[in-house]
Write a protein of this length. Structure first.
Length: 466
């Protein structure tokens, strides 16, 4: 069988099918695996991630995938999330001694950047989620409602919206609150912060992202498969409702018993024949799925300017700072004396048209405002990476546009976080889609197997509530 796309969705499908005994041939248009969650080497030899990616304790399928490919030990989990505002006030999210859903009560009450009124309104919204067992009635309104509307209906203060809900959700979902389906926002807090004590724990790679996928190629090849890089898809051959073959660069044509298309939805649209849209009407709908950008800014300083492994910034363009030197170790990312930081700005629409130097100047000013040690430090070098279509936009009602993995076209299966996974545009969603695509082929072949992992089970008082 053929997998087209070497991102997380394609790799999850390919590896799981190879383990099930299928001969997998994977084709990726880039010279590396990982898709939008990978890294590459700068001309001076420095490894940089195209954007910092993290996982959470509630991402059970991503954890399973890392285990399958031997990368589980390359993820470090943190129990404390640190936030800071421009006034220097610090807040943390950390589980205490109480059971879920009260495990973060202590850190929440002492969260300095929020006022008492902010905290009271947030508590009321959390209670609404708990009463609905993770799903409030207004999430079922036709066409969906935005997260911002959901919050306004629950009387959230401006401070609560800007310094809590927006800070967490724009980073998690890569979209502004008024453009995000409330179902996804509620899910983040239900699965990540309320139903289980460990769901919020943040896992950060301690190696460049590309290294996480070193084991994928080996897993496929040792089972008789192959991985082909620099092979962009150029066309598809349909005949009487059956996918007979695909064509790559150089007029290279390949055929197989089954095909998994694990490409970004816009890229698939570019090569999709009109006949395919007529055979499978749901394929035409994906044209309505938008995209959201992420911008990564990389700074190398001549000295240590940050001690925490990461920091969330409030009321600024920059949203997160990751201390790559601390995460990687002193052997890389700045050396023993210097320090390498990566900044992340999700839903970075305003930055897309800006010159890179203007972005560097803006972010450097913010870093020096939040990190006093950076004020005297010399910026040795900097680079900006813009991903204009980093994720699909989780707009209200987007689930109506997301197709299932199985299609009405014989031999054609879909994968990608933009397909119907029940999750937004996350690495967890991508892996889930790959597993669901593989399950579809195994089911069609008469050898059904469950690959999809169950969600993190509720614990504490939440388990009793359910």
């Amino acid at each position: 069988m053929i997998v087209i796309g070497g991102g997380l969705a394609g790799l999850a499908a390919g590896v799981s099918l190879a383990e099930a005994g299928w001969r997998v041939r994977l084709f990726e248009q880039r010279p590396f695996l990982g898709g939008r969650a990978t890294s590459y080497v700068l001309p001076d030899g420095e490894h940089v991630d195209n954007c910092q990616h993290v996982t959470l304790g509630c991402c059970t399928n991503l954890e399973d995938f890392y285990r399958r490919v031997g990368s589980a030990d390359k993820i470090k989990y943190f129990d404390r999330l640190m936030f800071q505002d421009p006034q220097g006030r610090v807040g943390t999210m950390q589980a205490g001694m109480l059971p879920a859903p009260f495990h973060m009560t202590g850190s929440f009450l002492s969260f300095a950047p929020l006022t008492f009124a902010d905290k009271r309104s947030i508590g009321q919204a959390m209670l609404s989620i708990l009463r609905g067992k993770g799903h409030t009635a207004d999430l079922e309104e036709p066409g969906g409602i935005s997260m911002l509307e959901w919050l306004k209906r629950r009387g959230q203060t401006l401070g609560a919206i800007e310094r809590f809900w927006r800070v967490v959700l724009v980073s998690a979902l890569d979209e502004e609150l008024d453009k995000t389906d409330a179902r996804f926002g509620v899910d983040v807090f239900w699965k990540g912060f309320l139903s289980n004590r460990t769901g919020y724990r943040m896992g950060v790679p301690v190696v460049p992202l590309g290294v996480l996928y070193d084991g994928c190629k080996a897993e496929i090849e040792k089972r008789g498969g192959e991985v082909n890089l620099r092979m962009p898809l150029r066309g598809m051959q349909l005949q009487n409702g059956v996918l007979e073959g695909v064509e790559f660069d150089g007029r290279r044509r390949e055929s197989a018993d089954a095909y998994i298309f694990a490409m970004p939805h816009q890229a698939l649209l570019d090569v999709l024949p009109e006949e395919a849209k007529q055979l499978e009407p749901n394929l035409a709908k994906i044209a309505g799925i938008g995209s959201s950008p992420i911008t990564g800014v990389h700074f190398w300083f001549d000295r240590k300017v940050m001690s925490e492994p990461f920091l969330t910034m409030m009321d600024t363009t920059t949203q997160w700072i990751f201390n790559k030197t601390a995460l990687y170790g002193t052997e890389s990312g700045g050396g023993e004396k210097g320090q390498y930081l990566q900044l992340v700005i999700s839903a970075s629409y305003e930055l897309l048209p800006k010159p890179r130097q203007e972005i560097i100047d803006l972010c450097l000013k913010e870093v020096r405002e939040f990190l006093p040690e950076a004020r005297e430090a010399k910026l040795v070098k900097a680079t900006v990476i813009k991903e204009a279509a980093a994720t699909f936009s989780p707009q209200p009602g987007v689930d109506l546009l997301r197709p299932k993995q199985e299609t009405r076209i014989e031999r054609m299966v879909l994968a990608g976080d933009w397909t119907d996974t029940g999750w937004p545009a996350t690495m967890e969603g991508a892996v889930r889609s790959g597993y669901l695509a593989a399950e579809a082929l195994l089911r069609q072949a008469g050898t059904p197997k469950q690959l999809l992992q169950a969600d993190l089970p509720p614990d504490g008082f939440v388990r009793m509530l359910l």
